[in-house]
Unconditional design. Structure first.
Length: 152
């Protein structure tokens, strides 16, 4: 099973959308294996968004991400990265398809959530935000109803 990372950003927290966002991933069939609320600091944001460090919006992005706590989630499932990205929708909320989190709930680049964009990034990002003991292995009782290769 693949693991991936989701961060519900300050706008998701401030707009009281935590339950709505989490439930969409749960309904998809993903298994929540880690969850914590945290305040992001300059150091972790500089590492997490290193690919944006030379862009003009970088300082504003860091300020936005430090505005309030965020909820960091680790999910597991078959092709979890692709499944999360599908449920998430396009980066710009106004361009995201209806039925996706961003398409239904976001209007701008303050787009409610961060979702890992590749299995490699998911692995690195999950390690950045979670220690090994903060990720939980367990069997979901509904797995046989979600995956065809899990016995009843």
């Amino acid at each position: 099973m693949e693991k991936t990372l989701v961060i519900i950003k300050p706008d998701g927290l401030q707009r009281n959308l935590l339950g709505e966002i989490i439930s969409r991933f749960e309904r998809k069939g993903l298994k929540l294996i880690g969850c914590k609320m945290m305040r992001l600091d300059d150091a972790i944001l500089a590492e997490h968004y290193v690919h944006h460090k030379d862009k003009p919006f970088f300082q504003g992005l860091k300020e936005y991400m430090m505005h309030s706590p965020v909820l960091v989630l680790a999910w597991e499932g078959t092709d979890a990265v692709s499944a999360v990205r599908l449920v998430t929708g396009a980066t710009k909320g106004v361009e995201a398809d209806a039925g996706t989190i961003r398409g239904d709930l976001a209007m701008s680049n303050q787009n409610l959530i961060h979702a890992s964009d590749s299995p490699k990034a998911a692995q690195e990002e999950t390690k950045r935000f979670f220690r090994a003991e903060e990720l939980f292995e367990y069997t979901k009782l509904d797995a046989c109803m979600i995956y065809e290769d899990v016995p009843f």
